[in-house]
Design a protein around this ligand. Structure first.
Ligand SMILES: *[C@@H]1O[C@H](CO)[C@@H](O)[C@H](O)[C@H]1NC(C)=O
Ligand SMILES: *[C@@H]1O[C@H](CO)[C@@H](O)[C@H](O)[C@H]1NC(C)=O
Ligand SMILES: *[C@@H]1O[C@H](CO)[C@@H](O)[C@H](O)[C@H]1NC(C)=O
Length: 719
């Protein structure tokens, strides 16, 4: 006699599920308690090979073991998580569900830190499709009987809130997603409503063609097997029946439907249906009860869900008589929107999966109707309902270079902070660091002051290019201050004080500190000096001393030589000047014969003026002179002649042509000047006569390198 469970309302279904669990718990407590006691034997057994690609962690377990019921080997969480504490649940709270019971006996809780993460490194790496399934069973492990509420994140993005709604039951909502990095962090976030914990964590690789992944992350809600009413094998069908280890809930029937089944095996292997539903799931189905023509399901009216999608799974399990055909269409309604499929026909014992590659919103319901041409009513073997997290990658992880850098810093300096896990910036910043709010965040400040750090300042800091604030003060850092710190383009504060750093402060830092672009503290350690050379001096003191001595003495020698040379030149110049003036004084008066001889008997006229002609002359020492001979006819000029001669003998001004001497012998009067091999002087000398020369005009010393001298008139000097 087939057992029928006909429910008119889905709400009843949920209730029954919960009621069933209570019954199972009671049965477990009464009858199956041995399972819990006997499990320790498993640990001692030889473990079978882990299923390829599966990651199965029994959180809080002390040993790895093979779960006989599931045939899956579980590992303790050592190596997957660094934080938290292990606890056993209260024995009387043990949930003996044979499909996952063993994994819920113990758990790991995280009383410290806001974010605690498991690190999963699946073999297939990034861009593969994974099913990730955490289990949570409180079981009054802390004897407080208060169910916590906390958030679950995968990577940097929120998946769901773990909320038991007051029921101390096992929650496992798996999610299907394609990670963009090789490492998957599953993080529990303390939201201030109790201490987060986790009982088990599983990862299963899926075929990439499964499920409408382009919609976002799929968070499993229901995965129902229809048409089977026996709970003998447990509540779920999973591995090894399901190669992907999905957990299929043995659901029973839809309203106004009857179960049908076949003992034949559904051929999954030789079929190109990648969903690979277990034969066990597909060999039962429901069809409308007599008097009904369609299969339907509707969420309770209170359920108004945002963003969901649905998959239907079929296999023809009835042996149809020749010529008869089963054809139907599926109509899925989300809120006010209904999507209707193409007509569907099935092959005998061949699976067919239909996923609606679209996001529905609102109240979920579906109807499967036979087409008018169909000889038989519709059937349904199984269906899956998923919440879709469409903008899963809303939050981007921290810049990968920054992540690599901070991970290296963490490792190099052996930083063991509880919260330094997973992404450094998202969703919660690690303690001691802050990040900017860019789409892809970057680290802008790092405070590791008083963190008992040892070793050298790691080079990886140079990759934190957005870093503005770096405080490494009061640690036991050794080695030198690296130059790259000066190259950090945005660094505004650098505190290295209270360390055992030695060597010199790089010039770049001193420079930045001096020009005010960097607030730089390095303490007053005697080992540290501001000079660039001090490191070298420390290393090779003798060599440096010798070099310094040699250099100094050479400099002194050069200076000495220079001084001596300068002195010699000065003395010589002075002697020359002295001799020159001597010459002037001595030779200031020439006789006429001398004038004749100097001018080679007035051979070369270099100018002519009103008062007389100017002749070129050469003194004994080869000095060229200009000899101005006063003509006898110009007697009235005599007084002036004398006046100029006397004046020029006394006054030595740079703007005046020097008078070398004069001749005053009766009628023969001449003035002997320095000769300027320059036409201008000649002109001036020639122009004498036209201007009243002797008393009013000085000879402008043009033609010298100082060409812009002002004209100095003798009268201005008081004459
Ligand atoms: C299959 O159907 C038979 C008879 O209808 C029933 O006895 C049996 O329990 C069913 N099997 C399952 C797995 O539901
Ligand atoms: C840096 O950390 C130290 C020690 O934890 C703390 O005393 C100091 O206030 C921090 N500095 C800033 C700017 O937060
Ligand atoms: C390090 O130096 C900076 C700048 O002088 C200062 O703001 C910071 O508080 C210092 N840190 C500690 C721990 O003294």
């Amino acid at each position: 006699m087939p057992i029928k469970i006909i429910m008119d309302y889905a709400l009843e279904l949920i209730f029954v599920l919960k009621a069933w669990r209570v019954v199972v718990v009671v049965i477990g407590i009464l009858g199956n308690w041995k399972l819990a006691i006997g499990d320790n034997e498993h640990a001692g057994r030889k473990l079978v090979d882990y299923v390829p690609g599966f990651i199965s962690i029994d959180c809080g377990a002390t040993k790895d073991y093979l779960d006989d019921v599931t045939g899956i080997s579980y590992k303790s969480d050592t190596g997957f998580v660094d934080t938290g504490t292990n606890s056993n649940i209260s024995p009387e709270k043990y949930d003996p569900n044979p499909d996952y019971g063993l994994q819920t006996r113990n758990l790991r809780s995280f009383p410290q830190g806001k974010k605690n993460c498991y690190t999963l490194k699946p073999e297939q790496g990034k861009n593969s499709n994974y099913l990730i399934r955490p289990f949570f069973y409180y079981g009054n492990y802390d004897n407080k009987n208060i169910l916590p509420i906390f958030d679950l994140y995968v990577g940097v993005n929120y998946i769901y809130t773990v909320d038991f709604n007051g029921l101390d039951i096992t929650i496992f909502k798996d999610m299907i997603h394609v990670p963009t990095s090789d490492i998957i962090y599953v993080c529990l976030i303390n939201t201030g409503h109790g201490i987060p914990f986790i009982s088990a964590l599983e990862l299963r690789p899926l075929d990439k063609s499964l499920y409408p992944l382009d919609l976002g992350v799929l968070q499993h809600s229901w995965r129902f097997v229809l048409g089977t009413t026996t709970g003998q094998q447990g509540e779920y069908i999973r591995y090894k029946s399901d190669v992907y280890d999905r957990l299929w809930h043995i659901y029973g029937a839809l309203s106004n439907s009857i179960p049908i089944n076949t003992s034949s095996v559904i051929d999954i292997q030789n079929n190109n249906d990648s969903y690979q539903l277990p034969s066990e799931v597909l060999r039962t189905a429901v069809q409308p009860s007599s008097g009904y023509h369609s299969l339907s399901y509707s969420d309770p009216p209170s359920y108004d869900t945002e963003n969901w999608c649905v998959c239907f799974h079929f296999a023809e399990i009835a042996k149809l008589t020749q010529g008869k055909e089963r054809e139907f269409i599926i109509s899925v309604t989300g809120g006010t929107y209904t999507y209707t499929s193409e007509p569907i026909t099935l092959d005998h014992l061949k699976p067919l999966s239909i996923c609606f590659n679209r996001i529905f919103e609102g109240h979920f319901s579906f109807v499967i109707n036979a087409t008018t041409g169909s000889d038989l009513p519709p059937i349904l073997n199984a269906f899956e309902f998923y919440y879709v997290i469409p903008q899963f990658n809303l939050h981007k992880p921290t810049n990968s270079r920054d992540v690599a850098a901070i991970m290296d810093i963490k490792q190099t300096l052996r930083i063991s902070r509880e919260d330094w896990q997973a992404d450094p910036c998202v969703p919660i910043e690690w303690s001691g660091l802050t990040c900017n709010s860019d789409d892809t965040p970057m680290i802008i400040s790092l405070n590791l002051s008083s963190s008992k750090l040892t070793g050298e300042i790691p080079i990886s800091l140079s990759n934190l290019t957005e870093l503005q604030y770096l405080d490494l003060s009061y640690n036991e850092l050794t080695g030198s201050i690296p130059k790259f710190l000066a190259q950090l383009p945005n660094l505004k504060t650098l505190n290295l004080s209270g360390n055992q750093l030695n060597g010199s402060v790089p010039d770049g830092l001193t420079q930045k500190s001096r020009d005010g672009s960097l607030v730089f503290s390095f303490g007053k350690k005697p080992d540290l000096c501001l000079s660039v050379h001090c490191t070298k001096e420390k290393k090779k003191p003798k060599m440096e001393l010798i070099v310094a001595l040699v250099a100094t003495s050479m400099v002194v020698l050069v200076l000495l030589l220079f001084f001596l040379c300068a002195l010699a030149i000065y003395k010589r110049k002075r002697r020359e000047r002295a001799s020159k003036s001597n010459f002037k004084i001595k030779n200031q008066q020439y006789n006429y014969f001398e004038a004749v001889r100097i001018t080679d008997n007035f051979k070369t006229i270099i100018g002519e003026g009103g008062v007389g002609k100017v002749y070129l002359g050469i003194l004994k020492d080869e000095t060229q002179v200009a000899v101005k001979l006063l003509s006898a006819s110009s007697k009235q000029g005599y007084k002036e002649f004398r006046a100029e001669a006397q004046l020029l003998m006394i006054v030595h001004h740079k703007n005046l042509v020097s008078l070398v001497g004069y001749c005053d012998e009766g009628e023969n009067k001449a003035l002997i000047y320095e000769y300027m091999a320059n036409g201008n002087l000649q002109q001036h000398l020639s122009d004498w006569g036209t201007n009243t020369v002797f008393d009013s005009k000085a000879v402008e010393r043009e033609g010298s390198e100082e060409s812009t001298y002002p004209k100095l008139v003798l009268s201005e000097l008081g004459f």
